[in-house]
Design a protein around this ligand. Structure first.
Ligand SMILES: [Zn+2]
Length: 163
């Protein structure tokens, strides 16, 4: 019997710069905002960090490998499609998400009012109960690029369990 526990842990980080636009996508939720984000896809930092965490837990590389920026298939892509693709990659290897904890870092927009909708969207895509998905938000106390309002960042940690 193997002494290695049947768990896998992963972490992910994503950043996008703000640019012209009238909304941002975060955690699969459209939030009205005075800026958009510069990105090949919809620029959803929360879902990109989560996808990277899920891929990292199985040492499958990162989202740049699975969804190359130069590939027109992913131009303007809904990141929920990417998330569901990552779920399928895990399932094909006998794993599923146990839980995930995601922190979004920005001064604006305010994330907290949308956290419930984000948890519901992510849980729905992964076929899980929302209590397995945590969305937290913080500012960087006006320090650094997020503090100056130049962009938005997210970190994610996840645990995988056998499917
Ligand atoms: Zn990204």
């Amino acid at each position: 019997m193997s002494a290695i526990p049947s768990f896998r842990i992963g972490q992910g980080i994503d950043v996008h710069a703000f640019g012209d636009g009238d909304h941002v996508m975060v955690g699969g939720v459209r939030i009205a905002h005075g800026r958009g984000v510069l990105a090949h896809s919809d620029g959803d930092v929360a879902l990109h960090a989560l996808c990277d965490a899920m891929l990292g837990a199985l040492a499958l590389g990162d989202i740049g490998v699975h969804f190359p920026p130069g590939d027109d298939r992913w131009k303007g892509a809904d990141s929920r499609v990417l998330l569901r693709h990552c779920k399928a990659l895990l399932a094909a290897r006998g794993w599923q998400l146990g839980n995930a904890d995601i922190t979004v870092i920005c001064e604006q927009p305010k994330i907290a009012p949308h956290a419930g909708a984000m948890r519901a969207a992510i849980a729905s895509d992964l076929g899980l109960e929302p209590d397995r998905i945590s969305i937290k938000a913080t500012t960087s106390e006006r320090l650094g690029f997020t503090g100056r309002g130049e962009g938005i960042a997210a970190q994610a940690v996840c645990l995988l369990v056998p499917a």
